[in-house]
Design a protein around this ligand. Sequence first.
Ligand code: GDP
Ligand code: IMO
Ligand code: MG
Length: 422
Amino acid sequence: MKKGKVDALLGIVFGDEGKGKVVDVFTPKYDIVARFAGGPNAGHTIIFEGKKFVLRSIPSGIFAEDKVNIIGNGCVIAPDLFTAEAKELETAGYNLRSRLHISKRAHLILPTHRVLDRAYEAAKGKNKVGTTGKGIGPTYSEKASRTGLRVGDILEGFEEKYAKLKARHEEILRNLNYTDYDITEEERLWMEGVAYMRTFPLVDTEIEINKALLEGKNVLAEGAQGTMLDIDHGTYPFVSSSNTVCGGVCTGLGVAPNSIGEVFGIFKAYSTRVGAGPFPVELFDETGDKIREIGHEYGAVTGRNRRCGWVDLVALRYAIMINGVTQLIMMKSDVLDTFPTIKACVAYEKDGQQTTDMPFDTEGWQAIYEELPGWQADLTKITSEAEFPEAFRNYVAYLERKLETPITILSVGPDRAQTIVR
Ligand code: GDP
Ligand code: IMO
Ligand code: MG
């Protein structure tokens, strides 16, 4: 039998590109949907049949009743938040128990990891990362320093391991003079969450996935965050703490590089960023405000304003290279419906020097733009490619030319149905 493939669906800019929506649309074509990185810092929105869900740790393939969804070893998981998320789905009528599998190797986010996240941010003063406050950085740090706790640890002798790690965190917090916190209630819910998690299949997901591939089954790896937030390739130190790029699929699920099939790179028709850090295309004017308002660009997890700007071809070309993107997916095209002109950043400039390659440090670079006519028409009701206005077609063709990669899906609204496959 022909071996199955792992297709990757990756945010290729600063996150919030619309990964949740497309994973949900793609799920019928796959046997397994698996998250390989990140944790509850993610917020993936899915809208269909008048319903809206925002998923944080649970893969976006969960709405198709017959599919297995996996939280892979590369993820970090907070039992209390996981429980709240899962119970919301159960209340909405989705049966999760048998088809949501959690890797024993995924790391646990403790309540004190979240306190540490806040404490480290506070200590950074003006150089705050602007994290989601979900304990992501401290948990991944501890994974690397080999002191963390994993999901499999909740199966045996957990109380002792937990108490030991918590005591270690309390000591760090005392040393940081960060003692004004109270996690009593949080900890109670967290422990309830641990008990609830024990009722799910906690498995060696890397073995499960590889066996499925041998049986010819296909897997969709759902990215979290985006390439510019990757710990290695993003705008360090203003990044998240995991490998969000395609290489992260291999380490975060335990699959070999030669099992990767298509690599779908998702971006918006414009750019956004939430949190601190360099963002050369950021608009501080009415145009930026207009994009934010029409695009509802407020964080799904934290409610913060997302910073907005035009599409960044320097960042996109870099991400396509790093991930080996084979197909592009452009989201939120409809948000630009009313703009008379559209711009695209083609290079960065600093001190009279221009570059089209992503620099080591994107701080202080100015965006150089090319301008195109807008389409000034409503895209949201369009159901087939033939209906697209000419100026929109030209924008898509322009991007494909500049990025040397086909754009195979165009999204024209938040609903599952507002998706045009070319
Ligand atoms: P993710 O983190 O990549 O899954 O993306 P988010 O869910 O954080 O943010 C994407 C937002 O855009 C959500 O509110 C979606 O409902 C919405 N959305 C997705 N695709 C489209 C689209 O084509 N048009 C519009 N207007 N909204 C979209
Ligand atoms: P999804 O999967 C957008 C950003 C935070 C912050 C930085 C580090 O929904 O696209 P962290 O809490 O991870 O230590 O924060 O990364 N960030 C995201 N921005 N979308 C996300 O996820 C993000 N996850 C983290 O705002 O700047
Ligand atoms: Mg999001």
